[in-house]
Design a protein around this ligand. Sequence first.
Ligand SMILES: [Zn+2]
Ligand SMILES: [Zn+2]
Length: 338
Amino acid sequence: MLIGAPIKERFNMKTAQIENNILIVKEREDENLDGRKGAIVKVLGCGLCGSDIVKLKHQLVKDGTVLGHEIVAKIIDIDSETSFKKGDVIVTSHHIPCGKCEYCKNGNVSMCRHFKQTNIRPGGFSELVFVSEEHLQNVAYLKPENLTNIEASFYEPLGCCIRAVKRANLKNNSTALVIGLGSIGILMAQALRAFGMNVVGCDLISSRVELLKNYGIEAFNVNEMCESIKADCVFMTSGSDKAIETALKYVRDGGKILVFSSTPNNFGYANNEIYYRELTVLGSYSPSPSDLKTSLDLLKNKEVKVSGLSTIYPLEKIQKAINDTVDNKIMKAYISIE
Ligand SMILES: [Zn+2]
Ligand SMILES: [Zn+2]
């Protein structure tokens, strides 16, 4: 790796890339960046997202792909019109909406084709990453001084939760039930509280129920739920069959189900329940720049706390981080690349 290399040169760096369905750590030479504005950043750490695991497990991306998008990184070289400078530690997300297409105009920014095409390069699980000028202008921020690198790495995943909360469009004091208390469920519950909702969480794993209680939010084991809960909106951060059954049981007639996870068999919701009970089922995928801004504010103001969620792994141990996440041994992996 060539730290401090001029932006117009090729450079080598260690990355974790997909090969035959697992992540292999190896040196790689990235393409020439000649003529492109932006920054080369040294990744300090990158959170492992559930979507990274889905992409790997279901072979949605080709060999050589570098996953990872929840980065905290230091700028080591920059050519930009923005006020960012060499040495700044930043957070950024990976996709940017065009703001002009029909999807953007209708608020579905994460369906924007430009959004889907933009990315950090080659990906967050890499010593070095290229962050374009468009990223610097729209979705990158200086890491707030009162946040650790690990805390700041929740900028993008919390942004996804903020989007879900906004999509649900609930009245103040509505009752929100979060099903699935992995790291996303814990973030979602706190985001809902920050937006003025009455929040209840549930999971099958008792330690996760206890964890949400430690954040000051009511939580139950799914098997010991209070039958009288009638949620105005259920937030599905788990896609298990049991989770869907639980959602249909606890959503009130006329209520909403916010889908925030894939299901293993792509099963849908019961047509007749949606019809007779006048339910609304809606999905939420990836955050807009304004959701991300809200996310950083909530982290900075400690309205959403993330202490105790992450387990740190060095880049070399990334495959173990994936296995431990899949096996529910940990809440959230943070890949340290310092
Ligand atoms: Zn993510
Ligand atoms: Zn667009």
